[in-house]
Design a protein around this ligand. Structure first.
Ligand SMILES: NC(=O)c1ccc[n+]([C@@H]2O[C@H](COP(=O)([O-])OP(=O)(O)OC[C@H]3O[C@@H](n4cnc5c(N)ncnc54)[C@H](O)[C@@H]3O)[C@@H](O)[C@H]2O)c1
Length: 347
């Protein structure tokens, strides 16, 4: 046991890495040792600003003894390979969500981390939001009884500007089910208290019919207990600054609800938005996420969410994309069996 800050390296210093770096500055439990990016100029610039090392490539970062843990902040399609490299180098890993593009890769990373005794956390950041934690605590208290229905709406303004080209390419992002859908399905499974067993999804190409992904997506999840969840996620709203966050949990004894205008949001238009930003999206979300990871690295706690939940989120997303393609309900267990057989494992 040591109180020394966990030495951290970051791979990929694009949009979300900036949030992690802000959080690292705000926490005494971790210390940024260095960064690397395939855009070497960007890595040098960030390293200069953060007063840390700039490694020419991933191998150099992984060879650095001071780097005990790595945060991977690269596009989704690179997660499986980079994750394997980090774990093979015996470094703890905080993988940005999703854990991998495919459930078989996600399960393999989970297995590798377990075998090597390494902490493997996945950036399901909504688990650390004020409302996410508060809803979980009320459910745990028993005040609303057994949850039987969850509805989550996370709708944001137009994908342009903001989304990188790789997000719009389903081969690179895994589609919207994987890119953002994992946040919602993970919250639903967490609050309901069990993994989902099937999913039916519908989508729209709201911003443009030419999109390769569904920027508006609804996933209906069914759970073994009979509970259900509706997860609506969009980046196709107008005006561009739009941001809805709505959460409802109906239990056997009561209802929990966070209305979209919980902060007094009554009207919006192109001229502006008359409400504060949705709660829970600020710096403290990432500080909590990183400090929870640091505690797991130091053997003082478990990662949040458990790795099995992060693997499940990928399974749900794969099943959801399949449901979109087939227009029918897809059983999530069937997907994991398919993945397992693809890698020669026993289902
Ligand atoms: N938790 C959240 O709420 C949240 C929010 C946004 C993004 N994300 C996740 O974070 C990840 C990154 O998203 P982003 O929006 O920051 O992407 P981005 O495109 O802004 O940045 C990615 C960076 O990674 C670099 N990169 C790409 N491949 C690399 C490789 N093989 N080696 C080294 N560097 C590489 C790119 O040059 C770029 O600087 C994605 O997995 C995304 O799903 C999570």
């Amino acid at each position: 046991m040591t109180d020394k800050p966990v030495g951290v390296g970051i791979i990929g210093v694009g949009g979300i890495a900036l949030e992690h770096m802000k959080a690292l500055r705000a926490s005494s439990q971790l210390r940024l040792i260095g960064v690397t990016d395939m855009d070497i100029g960007r890595a040098s610039e960030v390293a200069h600003l953060e007063r840390c090392e700039s490694y020419p490539d991933v191998a150099d970062m992984l060879a650095a003894e001071e780097v005990e843990a790595v945060i991977v902040c690269t596009p989704n399609f690179s997660h499986a390979e980079l994750g394997r490299q980090v774990l093979e180098a015996d470094k703890h890993l905080l993988m940005e969500k999703p854990l991998a593009m495919h459930a078989a890769d996600a399960a393999q990373l989970a297995e590798m981390a377990a075998q090597r005794g390494l902490a493997l956390a996945v950036g399901h950041s909504h688990r650390f939001s004020d409302q996410g934690i508060a809803i979980s605590e009320v459910i745990e208290s028993g005040a609303i009884g057994t949850p039987r229905f969850v509805r989550i709406v996370m709708n944001g303004g137009w994908i342009w500007p903001g989304w990188q080209a790789w997000v719009l390419n389903p081969e690179a992002s895994g589609g919207h089910s994987l890119h953002n859908g994992v946040h919602l399905s993970d919250l639903a499974s967490w609050w309901i208290g069990e993994p989902a067993e099937s999913v039916f999804s519908v989508g729209q190409k709201a911003t443009s019919a030419a999109l390769g992904i569904y920027d508006y997506l609804v996933m209906e999840l069914s759970f073994p207990s009979g509970a259900t969840a509706v997860c609506e996620v969009s980046r196709g709203e107008r005006p561009r600054g739009a941001s809805f966050l709505e959460m409802t949990v109906v239990g056997s004894e009561g209802v929990l609800s966070r209305e979209w205008d919980a902060n007094g949001l009554l009207m919006w238009n192109e001229a502006g938005i008359e409400a504060p930003a949705p709660d829970g999206t600020g710096l403290r979300v990432f500080v909590r996420e990183l400090e929870s990871f640091a505690a797991a690295v130091r053997g003082q706690g478990q990662v949040t969410p458990p790795v099995s939940a992060a693997v499940h989120a990928v399974q749900v997303a794969e099943a959801s994309e399949r449901s979109l393609a087939l227009g029918q309900t897809v059983r999530i267990t069937d997907i994991s069996k398919k993945d397992a057989s693809a890698t020669g494992e026993q289902a």
